[in-house]
Structure formats: C-alpha cells, structure tokens
Design a protein around this ligand. Structure first.
Ligand SMILES: Cc1cccc(C)c1Nc1c(-c2c(F)cccc2F)nc2cccc(C)n12
Length: 232
C-alpha cells in the first residue's frame, strides 16, 4: 500500500489557500440583516441580491490569493472568474449552510430563499445539493481546495491558455487527493465523491442561468457587479 504524504511545499500551498478561504467571509452586516427585516418576497430578494454581491466580492478576493492565479493571462483570469463564479458560490453557500452559520440563521436563510420568488424547480435541486455537501463533512482545507479546483477549470468559455490553467489545477488536485486519503482513511472513494459534486455543480449552474432569466423577466434589479459577472 503506497504511503501517502503531503510535501512541505504542498503543506505551504494548502495553508495559503485555506487561510485565504477563511479570511474572506461574508460581511457580518449582511448576515445580521438576515435576521432583522420582515419577510416580504421583495425584501428577501433584495437581501439575497446583497448576499450574492458580497459573495462575488469575496470570491474575487479569494481567487487573487490562489498561488499562480495572478501569473495567468489577464483575460484568462477574468474568463475563469466569470466561468466559475456560480459554482464557487454554490459551494460557498452550501458550506455556509451546512456548517458555518449559527444554527438559527440557517433556518431563517432557508425560509428567505423559499420566499423570495424563486420557483420550486430551482429550490429543490439547490437544497438537495446543500444537503449532499453537508453529508460530506469536509474539513476546511478540503472546502478551500475544492473551490480552488473549481475555479481552475481549464475548459471554461474563452480561456486561451488552457494548458497553464490545467497545470495549476493538477497541482491543487494532487494536494486534495492526498488530503482526502489522509483525512478519510476508511473511505478510499472520498476523493471521487468530492469530484462527483463538481458534476452536480455544472447542472446547478444551468438552473442558475434560468433563474437569472426568470428574475430578469419579473423585472428584478441586480447590482452592477452581478450584471458584470453574469452578463445580465
Ligand atoms: C445569495 C443566495 C444564496 C442562496 C440562494 C440564492 C438564490 C441566493 N441569491 C442569488 C444567487 C445565488 C448565490 F449567490 C449563491 C448560491 C446560489 C444562488 F442562486 N445568485 C443570484 C443572482 C442574482 C440575484 C440573487 C438574489 N442571487
């Protein structure tokens, strides 16, 4: 049985990424608002829009801390961010849901999402995903690395130098693979299960695009940042 060990460099890489992932949290004021205002659908949608906007800001800040990301071609950096934003945000909100938030907040956030004018056909797969992520009980290093692997997906639209992205992603995948073996020795398939979630994320991002269109149709307002990242 081959001995799996994380090298010094990989340890340092993991620390940089995990610290960055934990450092960039949703601002407390947005989370606090969650519990305050009343429950109208408009009010809920406005709050979720504010949350989504701060999630994009947090994502951009986190991405800048991924070793090697800023050395990529500038336009490719933008293409990777635009192409992965939804998936990274679903991962982050799934993790916020399944662990980070004080228990009371989770129910309130779930309530607001269910009462924000989003149709049931998107709500169900979204919460199924949140549950399936929760069941994995990822440690924070795994969460940070899985998000990094998602951002460094080479075949996003308009990426020119896919090889450069692929090399970075492979570096992260190698650390994540070893971490899974060391963190879940009794579950040899754990790493494969994690990557399986990335497939589920692609489906969710299609739902998300449809959600955006239907919100648009109902004349919902977005912030400039959300319009820019999703070309709405
Ligand atoms: C913040 C939030 C949390 C859980 C569910 C939802 C619907 C939201 N809100 C939005 C999301 C979004 C996200 F931020 C993370 C995960 C999945 C998402 F649908 N995307 C967008 C895009 C335009 C407007 C909003 C309100 N919005």
């Amino acid at each position: 049985k081959e001995k799996v060990e994380i090298t010094k460099e990989q340890q340092a890489l993991m620390k940089i990424i995990t610290d960055a992932y934990n450092r960039h949290q949703i601002p407390q004021d947005v989370a606090k608002k969650l519990l305050q205002d009343q429950y109208s659908a408009e009010e809920n949608f406005l709050l979720l829009t504010e949350m989504a906007t701060s999630q994009v800001q947090v994502l951009v800040e986190f991405t800048k801390n991924i070793p090697g990301f800023l050395s990529l071609d500038r336009e490719d950096q933008i293409a990777l961010l635009k192409g992965s934003a939804v998936e990274a945000m679903f991962l982050r909100s799934a993790q916020v849901f399944s662990r980070k938030m004080p228990s009371g907040h989770t129910e309130v956030l779930e309530e607001r999402i269910r009462k924000s004018g989003i149709s049931e056909e998107f709500i169900t797969p979204m919460f199924n995903f949140y549950k399936s992520i929760g069941e994995l009980h990822m440690v924070q290093e795994e969460q940070a690395l899985l998000t990094t692997v998602t951002i460094l997906t080479p075949d996003r639209p308009y990426v020119k130098d896919q090889q450069a992205v692929e090399r970075l992603q492979e570096t992260m995948l190698d650390v994540l693979r070893k971490l899974c073996v060391l963190q879940h020795p009794q579950e040899p398939q754990y790493f494969a299960r994690l990557l399986g979630r990335l497939t589920e994320l692609r489906t969710l991002s299609h739902y998300h695009t449809e959600m955006l269109v239907s919100w648009r149709m109902n004349d919902h307002k977005f912030t400039p940042l959300l319009c820019e990242i999703w070309d709405v």
